[in-house]
Structure formats: structure tokens, C-alpha cells
Design a protein around this ligand. Structure first.
Ligand SMILES: [Zn+2]
Length: 312
């Protein structure tokens, strides 16, 4: 009563209780797969060749497996250990020359749905580029439905900061109570587009709404060089946002004012899903790409004091 009476006077009001420190909620994460099989078709961005992709449900604990149906069903697990090339896109391989390229946008859509178990059948060496974003894959997974399993999810908690650098590019993973992706992007003085910054929390924000539609992008001068080399045969304004200086040449313009940094976050999110579970940690990338994302996972898992697996 004394305390209440003192509040009614004009003395400085003191809180009646001290709030408890914020405790990390003990969320139950369960493994997931898709509920039914779905199919889509498109062209590979590098080959320009048509490709059919089929997603099928998989058992708990089986992981993400790509299957080359055109080669009699050769299987390649999608993990940081099977990455064989990170130039222009992320490529996984079986160590015997069989590969699957451009997996990152599908991986981001799977990460957003919390899917750790799935079979991805493909009748060629690269995934369809579709519209250059992850949105068609998000729609495909929604069409299949997502199924929760009884098994707890593998949660990879980051225990200490791990950093990798390449010139003016840098990527790090630091301890955090949630999964966070922070990205800084600029064209390194190659055009006058302002620097872009984005912070995205996959467990709390809507990937489908905020990130998934951001497309692959590039500079016109680079695209012309790449095409002259006979690469990126399937790349076009239908699947790539192309800048001539700071101006976008695509007729439909940009989907977001900061579409580039959103796509960078999409790529990081997809590449980090190769960790093999949910990351509890903060990723920070400065001008990063697939190579640095892969190096970061190698550096994290090379240091046993930097991470721990929690099944919960
Ligand atoms: Zn991408």
C-alpha cells in the first residue's frame, strides 16, 4: 500500500515490478517435407536447354537429395560438403563428375518453408531459372503442401563469430537467438546506384512476401561479355534484371526499389540452407556471393567450438 500511495504523489513514478529478462522462447522445430509430388518445367540459365523438375516427399532425416533422372537416377545430397563450383551459381556434385547447378533459388524456397527432407528429380544438369527469382518455387511448394513430421529439426546454433573475407567482400556468422540475414550490397563503384542494406529474419518475417520475388540481376556490359563467351544462353530480360548504368532496361522495371539487395539475401538464404538444418545465428554479408557463402560454411564447420547441434 505504501508503494501505491507514493505513486499517487508527484514523486518520480517507479515501476512496481522489474520485468524478467527476455528469455529465448523454446520453440519446437519439427522436420518437414512436402505433402505431395509436383512438377515444373523451364530452361536452364546457362545451357538454355529445357528441363523438367519434379519434387517428391522424403523421409525424416533423409535430407535434400537431387536425382539426375537423365543419368539413370544418380543421387547427389545437397549439403555444404557436396558443393563443387560457386562461379555464377551454386553447383553440387557427386565427386565423379555428375553435377547439378543453380540450386540456390529452390534452396531458398525450401529454407523458407523449413523443408529439410525432399527428393528433387531433374532431367538435366541445371535447375530451371524460371523468372530468375524464388517466387515460382514458393508457389510450387505451396501447391504441393508442407507436411510436419514427428522428428525434431536439426538446429545449428552458432557459438562464436566466424568471418571469411576476399578483398573488399566479407561474410560472417555470429551468435544470435534467432536466424538473421543482414546484407550490404553495392556495385563497387561500377554504377551510381546507391548502396543497399537489408536485414531479414526468416523465422519472423514473410520470405514469400518480402524476398522471394527479387530477381537475378546484372550489368548490361557484363551480360554482353558473358553472352559473347557462349555462357548464360538461357539468360534474358524474362529472368534477369539488367542495369545499363543505374537504369534498368527491363520494360516492367523493378519489383522492389532495392531488388538487388533482396536478391542477395535470397541467394545467401538458399546457400546457407546447405548447412543441413536451421541456423540459429546472424549472417552478415558485405558484397558476398555464392563462393563466400560456401567458404563461410566451411569455416564454421571446421571449428568445432563455433557451433553445436541441438535437436528440439
Ligand atoms: Zn540468385
Amino acid at each position: 500500500m505504501t508503494a501505491l500511495r507514493s505513486i499517487s504523489t508527484n514523486t518520480v513514478q517507479q515501476p512496481l515490478y522489474v520485468p524478467l529478462p527476455q528469455l529465448e522462447p523454446r520453440v519446437q522445430h519439427r522436420q518437414k517435407t512436402i505433402a505431395s509430388s509436383v512438377v515444373c518445367q523451364g530452361i536452364g540459365v546457362h545451357s538454355g536447354a529445357p528441363v523438367t523438375l519434379t519434387l517428391r516427399p522424403a523421409e525424416a532425416g533423409s535430407g535434400i537429395t537431387f536425382i539426375r533422372t537423365d543419368l539413370g537416377g544418380i543421387e547427389i545430397k545437397a549439403t555444404w560438403q557436396t558443393v563443387v563450383d560457386t562461379r555464377r551459381c551454386t553447383t553440387i556434385g557427386n565427386g565423379k563428375g555428375v553435377t547439378v547447378s543453380t540450386i540456390e533459388h529452390l534452396m531458398a524456397a525450401l529454407a523458407a518453408s523449413g523443408i529439410d527432407n525432399i527428393r528433387v528429380e531433374i532431367d538435366g544438369p541445371e535447375l530451371p531459372i524460371l523468372d530468375g527469382s524464388a517466387q515460382p518455387f514458393v508457389t510450387l511448394i505451396e501447391e504441393a503442401g508442407v507436411e510436419s513430421m514427428r522428428a525434431p529439426r536439426r538446429v545449428i546454433r552458432v557459438l562464436k563469430t566466424v568471418t571469411v573475407e576476399e578483398g573488399d567482400r566479407k561474410a560472417s556468422l555470429s551468435p544470435s537467438s534467432t536466424y538473421e540475414i543482414e546484407v550490404d550490397f553495392d556495385f563497387g563503384g561500377r554504377n551510381n546506384l546507391p548502396a543497399q542494406h537489408l536485414s531479414f529474419r526468416p523465422l519472423e518475417q514473410d520470405f514469400a512476401e518480402d524476398i522471394s520475388a527479387a530477381r537475378t540481376f546484372g550489368l548490361l556490359e557484363d551480360a554482353e561479355k558473358i553472352w559473347a563467351m557462349g555462357l548464360a544462353k538461357g539468360a534474358s530480360l524474362n529472368n534477369t534484371l539488367v542495369f545499363d548504368g543505374a537504369k534498368v532496361i527491363n520494360e516492367d522495371g523493378m519489383r522492389f526499389e532495392d531488388e538487388c539487395v533482396r536478391h542477395k539475401a535470397l541467394d545467401a538464404f538458399g546457400d546457407l540452407h546447405l548447412a543441413g538444418g536451421l541456423i540459429l545465428g546472424k549472417f552478415h554479408g558485405v558484397r558476398t556471393g555464392h563462393g563466400l557463402h560456401h567458404k563461410l560454411l566451411l569455416a564454421l564447420f571446421a571449428d568445432p567450438k563455433a557451433w553445436i547441434v541441438e535437436a528440439r
